[in-house]
Design a protein around this ligand. Structure first.
Ligand code: ADP
Ligand code: F6P
Length: 322
């Protein structure tokens, strides 16, 4: 009987619970003993491992967040922290670990697999910045939350003939901002991949005003060089250059909380089962992600040594729709 543990790490994402449930139940279905690690890598260092039976993951499929808790753990980044984590895994007789998380978390998975501990990652982050996985757990739900906010802000913007800066999450990647902008019909998107100066944003707002639009919506990624706060500061000093009056809304963690939609529940369930199947085949040191529209494995080495590229032709598309 195999003893397998699962943890969630880094920023939580709607659908993480669906992945945990799937991992635990498909593992048990194979006759394995399943365990959960509380609070990500921190829990490995603090020896917080608990057995998980099929009924322990009841009622979580539809819930956002993660029943195991998540954390950002600096100590785990050190060789001493990683050695401690492996000591804990060995102490509990764990033979393989599944890590549900994003870029940083999968770098941690890679470090453990380099130390010869069998690890399989599951691609999960609302940022969609994991190389090798077309889409990751949480993106679809977060995108729909951001989109609903844009739709709502658009109606009040039109009523008052205002411009809005709407900041969405995305530490290093503009995927969420770009897709929110396209789906929400924004006048402009500002993303980390393309440096956009405040005067360019002001010019688009003014052009919208001159064209007689009822509003101007600018979707800004939090990781852009000029985020909503910086753009607002510039616009405050250059009010006459805008035409419209301007407001800013920062969506923040609202996008990460809440229940996962159908797409994320199904994808997370399939990725969780695929992670168990990968371990059964003897695979380790891989990320289980979405490849060609279905679950697939990508070597963690490849994942951590490459940066996922945003399709910049979609930025051009968004400009044509002005
Ligand atoms: P995410 O996985 O959502 O991108 P973070 O980047 O915050 O979130 O990473 C989550 C955790 O993964 C960190 O707190 C740390 O414990 C671990 N981690 C991140 N980078 C590394 C690294 N270079 N080496 C080892 N562990 C790392
Ligand atoms: O990685 C996901 C993410 O939501 C990023 O978009 C954001 O920059 C970051 O996490 C926020 O982290 P925290 O929850 O620690 O504020």
């Amino acid at each position: 009987m195999k003893r397998v543990a699962v943890l969630t790490s880094g920023g939580d994402a709607p659908g993480m619970n669906a992945a945990i449930r799937s991992i635990v139940r498909t593992g048990i279905d194979k006759g394995w003993e399943m365990f959960g690690v509380r609070l990500g890598y921190k829990g490995l260092i603090e020896e917080r491992i608990v057995p998980l039976k099929a009924r322990d993951v009841s009622g979580i499929l539809q819930l956002g967040g993660t029943m195991l808790g998540s954390a950002r753990c600096l100590e785990f980044k050190t060789p001493e922290g990683q050695a401690k984590a492996i000591r804990t895994l060995n102490q509990f007789g764990i033979e393989a670990l599944i890590v549900i998380g994003g870029n940083g978390s999968q770098t941690g998975s890679y470090k453990l697999s380099e130390l010869n501990f069998p690890v399989v990652g599951v691609a999960s982050t609302i940022d969609n910045d994991l190389y090798g996985s077309e889409i990751t757990i949480g993106v679809d739900t977060a995108l729909n939350i951001a989109l609903e906010s844009v739709d709502r802000l658009k109606t009040t913007a039109s009523s008052h003939q205002r411009a809005f800066l709407i900041e969405v999450m995305g530490r290093d990647c503009g995927y969420l901002a770009l897709m929110t902008g396209i789906a929400g019909g924004a006048e402009m998107v500002v993303i980390p991949e393309v440096v956009t100066k405040p005067e360019e944003v002001a010019a688009v707002i003014y052009r919208s005003y001159e064209l007689g639009k009822a509003h101007a919506i600018v979707v800004v990624a939090e990781g852009a060089k000029y985020n909503a706060e910086k753009l607002m500061n510039y616009c405050d000093e250059n009010r006459d250059a805008l035409g419209f009056k301007l407001r800013a809304t920062i969506l923040g963690h609202v996008q990460r909380g809440g229940n996962p939609g159908a797409f994320d529940r199904i994808m997370a369930t399939r990725l969780g089962a695929a992670a168990i199947n990968a371990l059964e085949r003897g695979e380790a040191g891989v990320l289980v992600g979405w490849v060609n529209g279905r679950p697939g494995s990508i070597p963690l080495k490849e994942v951590v040594s490459n940066k996922k590229q945003l399709d910049l032709s979609l930025v051009e598309l968004s400009k044509t729709l002005f």
